[in-house]
Design a protein around this ligand. Sequence first.
Ligand code: PLP
Length: 472
Amino acid sequence: MQYVSTRGRAPALDFEGVTLAGLASDGGLYLPVEWPRFSHAEIRSLRGQPYWQVAASVMRPFIGDSLTEAELNAICQQVYGGAFHHAAVTPLVQLDEQHWLLELFHGPTLAFKDVALQLLGRLFETFLERRDERLTIVGATSGDTGSAAIHAVAGRKRSEIFMLHPKGRVSDVQRRQMTTVRAPNVHNLAIEGSFDDAQAHVKRMFNDGDVTATLNLGAVNSINWARLMAQVVYYFTSALQLGAPDRKVAYSVPTGNFGDVFAGYVAAQMGLPIERLIVATNVNDILHRALSRGDYSAGGVTPTITPSMDIQVSSNFERLLFDCGGRDGAAMAAQMRGFETSRAMHLTNAQAEGAAALFASQSVDQIETARAVQQAYQGAQQIIDPHTAVGLGAAHALVAAGAIDPVVPIVTLATAHPAKFPDAVERAIGVRPSLPSRVGDLFGREERMVELAGDYATTRDYVLSHAAGSKR
Ligand SMILES: *Cc1c(COP(=O)(O)O)cnc(C)c1O
């Protein structure tokens, strides 16, 4: 399988190439040149298989010649047969007749990002060994990516990681899950400013010749195609359990950078019958405005009780716009250049209509979020985290508005364990969720991080002077 950039000028790469490259050299994002299609019979044949086997089957067409059958199977078995604390990896829990939770938080850092990053850590090592290379991973996190990436890379031989987080804007649990990892190949950078500022630094570093001349840079943000690919798998496993391909399922996805919900879009392109994908946002609602009115314009970021969704610019949205807009790289590049100058753009008719065929959207404020936490607790004795609650609140709102048929099962992606955000949960229901014992004495261990000013040069210079993985 070959991959092309959304901006049309970067060279096409195979799976190994896009995994190691992350962002394309023209500033765009990689997508497979075409979507693999599964027939209903092929989808049915996945029923009842263990998670790791479904993972290998769903990912196989995207990987092409980059891994042999045996290599892919071994990696899937190692990752999904061991690193998760539930035999089903991503179990489904029923809330009531229509609503289900897909628990994605049984990995080492208690959020869905482990599902993909545990795989990515292994893919990196496999490809780097083969090439006899080293990789310097630079990433920005609004909380959960950072800890999941650090746990995926810590102690590995050929990769090191510099993780930027907006200082003071991630929860104590999130920060400690990053800063208490003691491996020498892990660097935590607390940056003044918002997540978007930190992410802008990362993007710029990938286009900075001084950096790319010395370091072999890798990305772990959801701009990395391999992460999205890994997330496609749980749409298949959950839909299969609810009767796919013979029954349609809807999903409600707490959304920030548009990675997780885009994986649902990919599943639909592959032939999984998905009734609707609900893009659930908090009050930082650029995606809701874009999908409901075509208005993609960035404002400031409002901090909320769902910090992993406190985002104004959603990188992966470009992938959807490219795919729905006729896959015209030159037009996409021009559209994004306009957006980067004015911080606003309008969706074209093709983009708006393409998105409307599958997506619905809803913005959920803090009061509605707290109410969804209460409803899950009172109605089904489930303690859910606030991000999950944004998804559930959006699902309830759209059912109430008649936008989703009451006979269609709706799966809300439970993106984090409630103990990651204990204050907001306790305020809503008066119960403080406790950390599962597998994370250990997170609050007893020493933290390691450096604090940096918010300008780009400070971050770049720090990375250049502390990286071990020089090309020379
Ligand atoms: C990252 C994250 C999100 C947002 O996911 P995207 O793929 O960025 O849209 C939602 N909830 C939690 C808990 C997260 O960690």
